[in-house]
Write a protein that binds this ligand. Structure first.
Ligand code: C2E
Ligand code: MG
Ligand code: MG
Ligand code: MG
Length: 294
């Protein structure tokens, strides 16, 4: 195998020699492997959705869950969506994968409701390629109709990069989604090159500040200043702010002080399997709260 790589590199010419010999070659091989196994995983239905709670920072109650893909491959072991989602995006698998995620999310909501669980809004991550499909809206409408899920139980998260590449193209679709009563969040905010002024004309409800800002909000004064500014500006634009990646109480206290609305992170909970929905303390608390109101 190594001989083959050297042979190929030599025949490809000197300039490319190092590409075949080192990390890049391994990276490439793994990506191809992930692509193959991912197609298989979709076909064999071995992917899963897990759900990470979102917590209201004033009441500290669960106000939603984010659906996150989980894949434990027979051969590759656990592969993170941070690794395989970009590959799915490059190879076009994201369309089938996205369809699977939407269908699963609807199915889980229906199942939980049948179990008597008080289901909080479920946020689904959506890649740009999915939103660019001409049939995105009709597929969504078909699912709403088939599963009889209340649109107010759904949120869609799209990353900030979509605003830069595709703001015009997406605006009308986003408005149509919003008109259905589905909430929209801009994900990983602060890492791209967009500005909050983009958001002014688009029907977003939430801004999710990227974890990199939260991670060293204590140590890095600039990140604290930026976080505070994003929260202030978002509020001026009538957007609620979600902080991602809260891992300790010090970060939480900062964010509460800055007026951040909602938080997510290992400090509260990791993403949970669908089955733990009826037993997880946060969801149980949500149900008890609603019972006491009735
Ligand atoms: P994201 O949407 O920004 O999701 C947040 C990521 O941060 C998740 O990683 C979550 O597990 C992780 N996280 C949450 N709290 C903490 C924390 O306190 N500390 C740290 N270090 N991490 C935390 P995950 O599940 O690996 O997903 C990575 C990315 O993959 C997601 O980022 C999203 O962009 C993408 N992704 C996941 N599921 C889907 C999906 O169903 N569809 C699409 N299109 N993309 C997805
Ligand atoms: Mg997200
Ligand atoms: Mg994010
Ligand atoms: Mg992310």
């Amino acid at each position: 195998n190594a001989d083959m790589a050297v042979y190929e590199a030599k025949t490809a010419g000197r300039a490319t020699y190092h590409f075949y010999d080192g990390e890049m070659g391994k990276r490439f091989a793994r990506n191809v492997r992930i692509e193959t196994r991912l197609r298989q995983a979709l076909q064999n239905d071995v992917l899963e959705l897990h759900f990470q709670p979102k917590v209201d920072l004033l009441s500290e109650r669960c106000v939603g869950m984010e659906a996150l893909l989980r894949w434990n491959d027979e051969e590759l072991g656990a592969v993170s969506p941070a690794e395989f989602v970009p590959i799915a995006e490059h190879t076009g698998i994201i369309l089938a994968l996205g369809d699977w995620v939407f269908e699963q999310a609807f199915r889980h909501i229906l199942e939980w409701q049948e179990q008597g669980v008080q289901v909080p809004p479920i946020a689904i991550n959506c890649s740009a390629a999915q939103l660019r499909r001409p049939d995105f809206l009709s597929k969504l409408l078909a699912l709403l109709d088939q599963y009889k899920v209340d649109p107010s139980l759904l949120e869609i998260e799209v990353t900030e990069s979509i605003l830069i590449k595709d703001a015009e193209g997406c605006a009308e679709l986003l408005r149509q989604i919003s008109r259905l009563g589905i909430k929209l969040a801009i994900d990983d905010f602060g890492t791209g090159y967009s500005s909050l002024s983009y958001l002014k004309d688009l029907p977003f409800d939430y801004v999710k500040i990227d974890q990199v800002f939260i991670r060293d909000i204590i140590e890095d004064k600039n990140h604290a200043i930026l976080t505070k500014a994003i929260i202030g500006l978002s509020h001026d634009l009538n957007l609620k702010v979600i902080a991602e990646g809260i891992t300790n109480i010090e970060q939480l206290i900062y964010l509460q002080e800055f007026g951040c609305d909602i938080g997510q992170g290992y400090f509260f909970s990791k993403a949970l399997g669908a089955n733990s929905m009826s037993s997880d303390p946060m969801i149980v608390a949500l149900n008890e709260q609603d019972d006491s109101i009735d």
